[in-house]
Write a protein that binds this ligand. Structure first.
Ligand code: ATP
Length: 363
């Protein structure tokens, strides 16, 4: 397995697009550590597949270099990079049996027959297809075929990395959870470098040690699920991760407080940004309390949604929308104020987090 270094990568699909400044990837300068499990997460069109294809060698970036450990692989083919890939739709041989499909990548690499038998038997068990091992792939269901694709990617031990592009799209919802746990288990056992593209935050947060959040052709944050939740570096991470997402409240700064639609919210420990420009206060709904009138800033409650053990309060703070997540037994006064847990307050300047020392998280 290898460390993957993305050294100032930019990509435009045509020279005309580059001239117009329309880059599918604007600037990516990050490393994926050897043996890490990463998810590339972001909405449709943010550049996830473009980045994955640059790592695999299906695409050559317009600018920058890809390195596996210290080796520059920017111009090498996928085969020469020794990468295993699992795509959205199954890539298997219909006329071969399940067992033959799994053995194929190993035979190609001249792995000894006894080792092939052991590895294939192990993989058949992991993907739950032992009973169908000698059936032709042709007659199997879409999710069984995709399990073979996953198995073919995972059966090799000599790859530099395994790349997954939304591999569970065709899998039955009940099976998704099981296969994701199986992937995580394989990662724990063999410490493979895995990069997994998805637009589904649950999939990303449960699979990956580190989630790479992408937005408009840029990586806006790489972090553990906790880091993305507690300290989003960009307002996009705040509202994209979490359900409901972070409240992003336009504000101005005045004497150590944020003024949101005329209401003052004290900012203990957060130095005001000196940067001129758009300032916003970010607070996750889990850090908003609904308290009796007179103990916070006045809000109007629009509705309360019951979601099992919690309730989501949809309110307005002088007209600005504000969500709060409360325990289902927390009282909700008729005349309500909102108060904010100080540790949950984050300040953003031009969408980037203002660190506690007043510096911007970006640039
Ligand atoms: P999705 O989740 O929908 O697959 P994505 O995050 O993987 O989206 P990409 O497919 O990498 O995003 O696309 C990034 C940008 O590049 C988009 O604006 C897309 O329209 C553009 N793009 C992708 N492929 C091409 C191509 N072959 N030619 C021109 N533009 C492309």
């Amino acid at each position: 397995m290898a460390r993957i270094r993305l050294d100032h990568i930019r990509h435009a699909y045509t020279p005309d697009l580059a001239r117009a400044g329309t880059y599918a990837l604007r600037e990516v300068d990050h490393s994926f550590e050897d043996g890490g499990a990463y998810a590339l997460l972001g909405p449709s069109g943010c550049g996830k597949t473009t980045l994955l294809n640059i790592i695999s060698g299906l695409l050559t970036p317009s600018e920058g270099h890809v390195r596996f450990d210290d080796r520059d692989v920017t111009r090498l083919t996928p085969e020469a990079r020794n990468i295993a890939q699992v795509f959205q739709f199954p890539v298997i041989y219909d006329t071969m049996t399940v067992r033959e499909n799994l053995a194929f990548p190993l035979k190609n690499r001249k792995v000894p027959a006894a080792e092939i038998r052991t590895r294939v038997a192990d993989m058949l068990r992991r993907i739950g297809l032992e009973a169908k091992a000698d059936r032709k792939a042709r007659g199997l269901t879409a999710d069984e075929k995709q399990k073979i694709s996953l198995g073919r990617g995972l059966v090799r031990s000599d790859v530099n990395a395994i790349l997954f592009d939304e591999p569970l799209t065709v899998i039955d919802p009940h099976m998704k959870w099981q296969l994701r746990s199986e992937l995580k288990q394989l990662h724990r056992e063999f410490a493979m470098t895995m990069v997994y593209v998805t637009h589904d935050q649950t999939e990303a947060l449960t699979f990956a040690d580190k989630v790479v959040v992408m937005h408009a052709g840029e990586v806006v944050q790489i972090g553990t699920p906790e880091e993305l939740f507690e300290r989003p570096r960009h307002t996009f991470v705040g509202y994209f991760i979490g359900s409901p997402g972070m409240n992003i409240l336009p504000c101005r700064l005045e004497d150590g407080a944020a003024v949101v639609s005329g209401a003052r919210i004290a900012l203990p420990g957060i130095l005001p940004a000196r940067t001129p420009g758009r300032i916003e206060l970010g607070v996750r709904p889990e850090f908003v309390r609904i308290v009796p009138r007179g103990s916070g800033v006045p809000v109007t409650i629009d509705r309360v949604e019951d979601v099992g053990s919690e309730r989501i309060v949809r309110a307005r703070l002088n007209g600005a929308p504000l969500s709060a997540v409360l325990r289902d037994d927390a009282p909700i006064p008729a005349e309500a104020d909102a108060s904010f847990a100080p540790e949950g307050l984050n300040l953003y300047a031009e969408s980037w987090l203002v660190e506690r020392d007043g510096r911007l998280a970006h640039g």
